[in-house]
Design a protein around this ligand. Structure first.
Ligand SMILES: NC(=O)c1ccc[n+]([C@@H]2O[C@H](COP(=O)([O-])OP(=O)(O)OC[C@H]3O[C@@H](n4cnc5c(N)ncnc54)[C@H](OP(=O)(O)O)[C@@H]3O)[C@@H](O)[C@H]2O)c1
Length: 382
């Protein structure tokens, strides 16, 4: 197998190091913004030599972001090369287009590291979904936000302090928006839902609320209820498609999600046979992610795995059928919030059971009036 590596950063360099010791896989090219003199591969800053070299059968995309990653991946598939990527943004946004292109060109498109990083989650999800779609997937998909929430709980840190610590340790990027606003989690749950429910969901139809506005007072409110806060991505099968949403959740202290500390991930799946399986591990990091990328290459080499998804039917997101109670902290008086309030807790209130779509619709409305709003689903007994 002759591979070309696009991107030579955290994961790209890790993959290069592992592949140097992997028999029968040669890194022929490394594409990066700058040239590298000290590597055993041809260093390029332009994709064309890779596309034109017929001996390169597999391209590994580890640049990240939508462009130029999409342009490069599309060109590689078009040139008849297999593609391995860890890019959840790219796969979530262009799921159908890239999967169809790979099918048309009879090449592999593997993206196991895009969801769960070092956890072989998508492989197991796809195996579990073969006989019948799961009922529900729920999980902590983002290590950065888990690190922040865990620090706020265990060290009584304010959000800004916990975020800065995550940045200093290299868990959070200089611009942490995709993590703290829940977008990273959303992309991962949408990709998981596509595979689990055999179709394609539009991430724009889902509901999303991150942890950007969480305060110490919210963690204290959770604690006063005997609960802990985690950011969860959820996809649940419904009659018309699936309910898909990302929101903070107050969970029982003995919930397996509450036991997830630091920057770790945990994803749970419930199947129609009433099985509940949990997948736990490093959701990111140079070597855990790089090992998953290299394993995708080995799977392609052995030709043992089918594509993750071959159904491109557009599926409907409906968050109006799933309801739960919410903790809401809202500094302004609001008639809707008063009408759904059951009791007060700390600086916030607990609502009666309300549909997910109703909570998110009203949160968007209230955010136009005050940027201080925070809410979390109350998820007990899970
Ligand atoms: N880091 C993780 O733990 C992790 C986990 C799971 C998935 N992923 C995914 O893996 C991918 C790579 O992440 P990473 O953390 O390795 O990112 P990274 O450290 O920022 O590396 C990206 C690399 O791509 C290079 N690059 C940027 N624009 C380029 C262009 N136009 N042409 C060629 N090279 C370009 C960068 O060069 P410069 O450094 O010069 O800008 C850098 O070497 C992303 O899709 C990410 O979501 C990462």
């Amino acid at each position: 197998m002759n591979v070309a590596l696009l991107g030579f950063g955290t994961v790209g360099y890790g993959v290069y190091e592992i592949l140097r010791k992997t028999p029968d896989i040669k890194v022929s090219y490394v594409l990066d913004l700058k040239k590298h003199d000290d590597i055993e591969a041809i260093s390029v800053t332009d994709i064309d030599p890779i596309l034109n070299d017929k001996s390169v059968d597999t391209v590994i995309e580890l640049i990240g972001g939508l462009q130029p990653a999409k342009k490069f991946v599309t060109a590689a598939l078009e040139a008849g090369k297999n593609v391995v990527t860890a890019n959840k943004f790219l796969i979530c946004e262009s799921f159908t287009e890239l999967s169809k292109k790979a099918k048309e060109k009879n090449v592999y498109l593997r993206y196991t590291a895009a969801v769960g990083g070092g956890i072989p989650w998508l492989i197991n999800l796809s195996r579990l979904s073969r006989l019948s779609p799961p009922d529900k997937i729920s999980g902590i998909f983002n290590g950065t936000t888990n690190y922040i929430l865990d620090s706020m709980e265990s060290e009584k840190a304010e959000f800004d302090v916990a975020l800065k610590a995550a940045q200093d340790l290299g868990f959070a990027e200089a611009d942490p928006s995709a993590d703290i606003d829940g977008l990273d989690t959303l992309r991962k749950i949408v990709i998981s839902a596509n595979i689990a429910f055999g179709g394609v969901f539009d991430s724009n139809d889902t509901d999303l609320f991150g942890i950007r506005r969480i305060k110490k007072a919210d963690i204290e409110a959770a604690e006063s209820l005997g609960l802990v806060c985690r950011l969860l991505g959820t996809a649940e099968k419904t009659e018309s498609g699936a309910s898909i949403f990302v929101e903070p959740a107050f969970l029982d202290k003995n919930s397996p999600f509450a036991a997830v500390k630091k920057n770790f991930n945990r994803i749970s799946i419930s199947t129609p046979l009433d099985e509940n399986l949990g997948f736990y591990g490093a959701g990111a990091g140079r070597y855990p992610t790089a090992f998953t990328v290299v394993n995708d290459c080995l799977d392609i080499k052995s030709g043992s795995l089918e594509a993750y998804s071959s159904s491109f039917e557009e599926k409907c997101v409906d968050n109006s059928k799933i309801s739960h109670k919410y903790y809401v902290r809202c500094p302004i008086a609001d008639a809707w919030l008063s009408s759904v309030t059951e009791k007060s807790v700390g600086e916030g209130v607990i609502t009666k059971e309300i549909p997910v779509s109703e909570m998110h619709k009203n949160a968007k409305r209230l955010l136009n009036e005050s940027d201080e709003l925070f809410f979390a689903e109350i998820k007990v007994g899970v």
